[in-house]
Write a protein that binds this ligand. Structure first.
Ligand SMILES: Cc1cc2nc3c(=O)[nH]c(=O)nc-3n(C[C@H](O)[C@H](O)[C@H](O)COP(=O)(O)OP(=O)(O)OC[C@H]3O[C@@H](n4cnc5c(N)ncnc54)[C@H](O)[C@@H]3O)c2cc1C
Length: 405
């Protein structure tokens, strides 16, 4: 206990000294730092903050020190997160490398691969994207057709991926490819790390109705991939793919906690998502309570469910860390519930705000109101990305509840 107290004191001091004041201000949508060879920093202090946190390994606090991670225990990381939250520090780095690829590499990659790729992820030097979905292979991912052929010391990759988020800004893509065309579909897939800076890889943004485009189509046209970029064994990529999806699903589930639940609850404060306070400014109040009793009841029940969900996620995370078992098919339950909960959160906000939550641009709406409209629409994607809600229900039925196939 004394060591943890000492760790807290030292962490506080380090953060006080090293987290630039600019990085303690609320973030706007353009302030996310994704890292990468051509990283765009929204402010010089964001670069400084990433360098300092990356050097300490605190962008990935629990990853092993030998690969550049922070090497913190579960309890130490909890303290670090509390202290970061206490000074309202911005995340130094957001990345698919941290959320998805890194944990899978730590489990499945060779020693040489870990030594090469994990430190780059920790420091945000390489930006990764995910090459899973293909036209015709989304929910039925194992039917994918992009193929990699053995050509001596390298593979030659041909095919197409779709919905590749941010591919046009990324340096590398972790990709599922077919290497065993004769094998049953799950047994003929390999997991390849592909450098996108080569003539054989091109990306094309998919324009959305919003005018923005986080998605791309990614084309492989005789792309060259050295053999040492194969993770795990040939035709054993499905195991890596599934585990990576579990990490992704846990990450998406976390969105369901949003600003609510107990996560941000201060000692002695009632559990609240802050939604009731926000709703009062639009709906009004009677005797200190939200004036619309039906909406009041919905928000109260949302807050209670959010709190229970947050505690369940916390318990599962503590159990898996203490038994070193990592994520499991239970991540599908969290993904399903978290996605639906996040959608409900925004539906309730809309109910409170009325037409004020339906602005797209122009006069008559504040920046926060315009942001809520976009976020409300974005939540609809939560139950599609990382595997749809229907697919999660199938996995829960088969792998968690053990129901007949
Ligand atoms: C915001 C966002 C970001 C994404 N980013 C990436 C990315 O970076 N990289 C990447 O590879 N992919 C990405 N995707 C793609 C995503 O993984 C797929 O959209 C998803 O897996 C669903 O596949 P699909 O779109 O082909 O739908 P389909 O598989 O065609 O499904 C269509 C509908 O049929 C239902 N359905 C299908 N099969 C079943 C079944 N067996 N039982 C019941 N219902 C079923 C589905 O639930 C869905 O409602 C992203 C998607 C979104 C929304």
């Amino acid at each position: 206990m004394e060591n943890l107290d000492q760790f807290r004191t030292e962490t506080k001091e380090w953060l006080e000294e090293n987290c630039p004041p600019e990085m303690r201000k609320p973030m706007g949508p353009g302030d996310v730092v994704w890292g990468g060879r051509n990283c765009k920093f929204p402010h010089p202090d964001a670069k400084l903050w990433l360098e300092r946190m990356g050097e300490k390994g605190w962008t990935c606090p629990t990853w092993p020190k030998e690969y550049g991670g922070g090497g913190l225990s579960f309890d130490e990381n909890k303290i670090l997160q509390e202290e970061l939250m206490a000074i309202r520090a911005r995340p130094a780095l957001s990345s698919f490398g941290i959320w998805m690829l890194g944990p899978a590499l730590l489990e499945f990659a060779s020693e040489e691969q870990k030594k090469k790729y994990i430190p780059e992820i920790v420091k945000g030097e390489i930006r990764w994207c995910q090459g899973y979905s293909e036209p015709g292979s989304g929910s039925d991912l194992a039917s994918l057709k992009t193929k990699a052929e053995d050509n001596g010391d390298h593979f030659v990759v041909n095919g197409q991926k779709v919905w590749t988020s941010y591919a046009d800004d990324c340096d590398m893509i972790f990709t599922l490819v077919r290497t065993g065309p004769q094998e049953p579909k799950h047994d003929g897939i390999s997991f390849l790390l592909i450098d996108m800076d080569q003539p054989g890889v091109t990306t094309k943004p998919i324009k959305l109705i919003s005018g923005k485009s986080p998605f791309c189509e990614t084309f492989f046209d005789n792309a060259v991939v050295p053999k040492e970029n194969l993770v795990s064994e040939l035709n054993k990529g499905w195991d890596v793919a599934k585990r990576l999806l579990q990490h992704e699903r846990n990450m998406i589930a976390g969105m369901g906690l949003g600003g609510g639940g107990s996560a941000k609850k201060k000692k002695d404060q009632p559990i609240s998502s802050g939604m009731a306070t926000m709703a009062k400014t639009y709906v009004g109040e009677e005797s200190g309570k939200l004036a619309n009793p039906a909406l009041r009841q919905k928000i109260a029940s949302f807050d209670i469910n959010s709190h229970a969900f947050s505690l369940t996620m916390k318990r599962a995370s503590e159990e898996s860390k203490s038994s070193n078992s990592g994520p499991s098919p239970a991540s599908s339950m969290f993904k399903y519930y978290g996605s639906e909960s996040n959608k409900l959160r925004y539906e309730l906000m809309l109910e409170a705000m009325g037409t004020k939550a339906l602005g797209w641009e122009g006069e008559g709406f504040g920046p926060a109101e315009l942001a809520i409209t976009r976020e409300w629409l974005r939540t609809k994607a939560n139950s599609i990305e990382g595997g749809t809600s229907e697919v999660q229900l199938n996995i829960i039925a088969k792998r968690v509840l053990d129901l007949p196939q």
